[in-house]
Design a protein around this ligand. Structure first.
Ligand SMILES: [Zn+2]
Length: 381
C-alpha cells in the first residue's frame, strides 16, 4: 500500500468540527433556491440549474466584495416567509451535521427578511424552529448570531441589538456587524454594540476584510468585539496583531471567501498561514457555503494543500474553534474534553505526526505551545 501524499479528504471529513462564521442567506442548497422560487412564485433571473449555479457560486469572475454580495439578492428573494426560513435553517444544520460539524453558529440579518411583511421577531422564531428540529433529530448544537448591516445605518443596528437582547438565552448567542466596511465605519454603530454588551451578550464584527487594520481596531476598541470576522488585513498592523494575539481574540477566517472577494489576492498571499504560525487564535469557517461552494472540510483541505498544515495543526485549529464558540463556559469545557478525546483517536496515515497528539490535550489549558517568532514583513504602526 502506498502512503498518501496528502491527508485524505475522508479523514478531514470525519474530524469533529465547528463552523462559527456561516451566513444563512449564503448557505442555501441550490435546489432549495429553485424549489422555493417555484413554490412561492418568485421570479429568478433563470430557472436553469446550471445557469443559476454560475450566478450564485463565486469564483474567478468575482472582482470585489460588492460583486460577491450581489448574489445574495437572489437567495434573499426566496427567504421572505417563515416556511422558507425554517427550511433553510434546518437544511443548513443537516448539511453541517453531514460533515461532522458539532457546533454551528448561524448568522443572518432579520431585517433582510421582512420585505413580504414578516416581523423581525417572526424571522428569528422561524430560523430557531428549523435549528431546533435539526438538533432534536441529529444532535447538532447551534447558536444564532444576529447581524446588523453597516450600510443600513445605526438605527437599524440598534433594532438588531434589541432583538439580541429579547432572544438572549433562547437560541441567540451573539451580535455581529456585517456588510461593506468602506465608508461605513464600525464606530457609527457603537450604540448598538453598547446595548448588546450592557446585556452581557457576545459580539463579533466583520472587520479587516475590505478595509485595513483601522477597521479591526475600531471593532475591538470602539465597539468591544469579542471575535473578529475575517481580519485578513490585520497583518498590516504588527502592533494590533500582537494585541489580538495577547488577548486571544479569535479570528473567524474564511479563506475561500477571502480569495473570492479579493480580501486576499490569492491563497499564497492570504495571511492565515502566518497567523497560525504566529500563534493567533485562528478558526476556519465557510462564510457562505453556497456562494463559495464550500464546507469546513473543504476549507481545511485547501489550507492543508496550500500551506502544508499537518493533522496536528488542523486539530489545534479545530480546538480553537470550540474554544471560541459563544457558548456557556461549563458546557464548552465538557464539549472540549469530549472533542479532544475524540481527536486523539485520529492519527496521520502518513505517519509523520505519530506520537504528537498529546499537544491537543495540553492546548486545553490557556497556555499552548509558544508561537514561532514573527516574520519580518510586519509593519510597525
Ligand atoms: Zn461573513
Amino acid at each position: 500500500m502506498t502512503t498518501p501524499a496528502e491527508l485524505p479528504y475522508d479523514l478531514l471529513h470525519r474530524l469533529p468540527k465547528t463552523d462559527l462564521h456561516c451566513h444563512l442567506d449564503g448557505s442555501l442548497r441550490i435546489d432549495t433556491v429553485l424549489d422555493l422560487a417555484k413554490k412561492q412564485g418568485v421570479k429568478l433571473p433563470t430557472f436553469d440549474r446550471g445557469a443559476l449555479t454560475s450566478l450564485l457560486v463565486q469564483g474567478e469572475h468575482t472582482t470585489s466584495l460588492d460583486d460577491y454580495l450581489r448574489a445574495f439578492d437572489i437567495t434573499l428573494s426566496v427567504m421572505q416567509t417563515e416556511e422558507a426560513l425554517e427550511r433553510s435553517a434546518y437544511e443548513l444544520a443537516v448539511d453541517a451535521h453531514e460533515e461532522n460539524v458539532r457546533y454551528l453558529e448561524v448568522r443572518y440579518s432579520p431585517l433582510l427578511h421582512i420585505r413580504e411583511g414578516l416581523r423581525p421577531a417572526q424571522v428569528v422564531e422561524a430560523v430557531l424552529r428549523g435549528l431546533r428540529t435539526a438538533k432534536r433529530e441529529l444532535g447538532i448544537r447551534y447558536g444564532v448570531i444576529l447581524c446588523a448591516i453597516r450600510s443600513l445605518g445605526p438605527e437599524s443596528s440598534l433594532r438588531i441589538a434589541e432583538l439580541c437582547v429579547a432572544f438572549k438565552n433562547r437560541g441567540v448567542v451573539g451580535f455581529d456587524l456585517a456588510g461593506s466596511e468602506v465608508n461605513n465605519p464600525a464606530k457609527l454603530h457603537r450604540q448598538a454594540f453598547q446595548l448588546v454588551i450592557d446585556n452581557n451578550i457576545n459580539c463579533t464584527a466583520h472587520a479587516g476584510e475590505s478595509f485595513g487594520p483601522d477597521s479591526v481596531h475600531q471593532a475591538i476598541h470602539k465597539c468591544g468585539a469579542h471575535r473578529i470576522g475575517h481580519g485578513t488585513r490585520l497583518v498590516e498592523s504588527g502592533d494590533l496583531l500582537n494585541y489580538v494575539n495577547d488577548h486571544r481574540i479569535a479570528l473567524e477566517v474564511c479563506p475561500s471567501s477571502n480569495v473570492q472577494t479579493r480580501a486576499a489576492t490569492s491563497w499564497e498571499t492570504h495571511p492565515v498561514d502566518f497567523y497560525v504560525d504566529y500563534g493567533l487564535r485562528v478558526t476556519i469557517n465557510t462564510d457562505n457555503r453556497l456562494m463559495s461552494n464550500t464546507t469546513v472540510t473543504k476549507e481545511l483541505q485547501l489550507c492543508h494543500q496550500h500551506y502544508g498544515w499537518s493533522l496536528q495543526t488542523i486539530k489545534e485549529i479545530i480546538i480553537a474553534g470550540f474554544k471560541s464558540a459563544f457558548m456557556p463556559y461549563r458546557e464548552k469545557a465538557d464539549l472540549l474534553a469530549e472533542i479532544a478525546r475524540e481527536l486523539s483517536t485520529y492519527t496521520d496515515p502518513r505517519g509523520e505526526m505519530a506520537g504528537r497528539v498529546g499537544l491537543v490535550e495540553s492546548d486545553l489549558s490557556t497556555s499552548g505551545p509558544l508561537p514561532t517568532p514573527p516574520k519580518p514583513k510586519l509593519t510597525a504602526s
